[in-house]
Write a protein that binds this ligand. Sequence first.
Ligand code: 3B8
Length: 331
Amino acid sequence: MADDSIVQRVAELRRELHYHNHRYYVMDDPVISDFDYDMLLQELRTIEEEHPELVTPDSPTHRIGGDPAEGFVQVEHRHTMLSLGNAFDDESLEAWYRRVRNLLDDADFSMTCELKIDGLAVSLVYEDGVFVQGATRGNGFVGENVTQNLRTIRSIPLVLQGDPPPYLEVRGEVYMPVESFRRLNEERAERGEQLFANPRNSGAGTIRQLDPKVTASRNMQIWAYSLGDAGDVPGLPDHWEALEWLKSLGFRINPNNRLCYTVEEVKDYYREFVERRHGLPYEVDGVVVKVNPFNYQSSLGVVGREPRWAVAYKFPAERAVTRLLEIGINV
Ligand SMILES: NC(=O)c1cc2c(=O)c3cc(F)ccc3oc2nc1N
């Protein structure tokens, strides 16, 4: 049995490694050299090999799980994962805005604008601050358990910082950075294998790999974009504060999110990113506009499978061939 000093050292190493992992993969601002990080990880691995009874599932040495899965177990979402209604032009955005204002008896309200990441929506469940389950959206009610694969994504925290509630669900979009997609297709072309059509497809295929080692080899990333349900965290007044709080817990929140007070500001944001979208290291297909105050979100409610309080203002479709040429794939 390991004596106390070993148990203490293991806890200290885990805390330090989770912290440096967060700095490197979530904040993109490491404060330790890769060499020193690897030395800490190796020290922990050595101790865990000598004392297997000390290994815990949230250990940073266990991001790449066990054997390939046979298939995916289905999981029921505690809170249904709804779908976004679409707007394709300013008129339909303004129609959405007017409808919401009417329903709110002409109240004023702020809106959050977020880039709509073109990836795969996932639900992450944390119990007592430890990552316990990751699932795809599926049909919104039932998704696939892809926990082992999501654990390999370094920007998904295995252990939360701050003071998380006993149960927390977070939603995010998992995606393959454009550069990783380009490199992956280059490797496939050299091996004479079939190419992936776009980062979204390769990302979705990677998350649904049966072997976590394959997922781990493809540099997948995440942007967290909301709580599973505002009711899970009483005391947060609106979505913007919820995003700030999630950032304080260690989640990777997109720095381009913006708080807007008028539909004009929303349109400015949209036009800004119609221009800037191809300079981003990840693919986006629009802007998600959300009524910010949670009390207004709950009074607006849901119609069918879509929340009344959010809309996806899509970017103009573009010719796929041009896009592939732009990211350096010679089709
Ligand atoms: N792809 C995305 O970047 C993204 C997606 C969604 C959703 O799908 C979504 C669906 C809802 F029913 C409600 C809010 C949402 O917020 C979202 N926010 C985002 N930033």
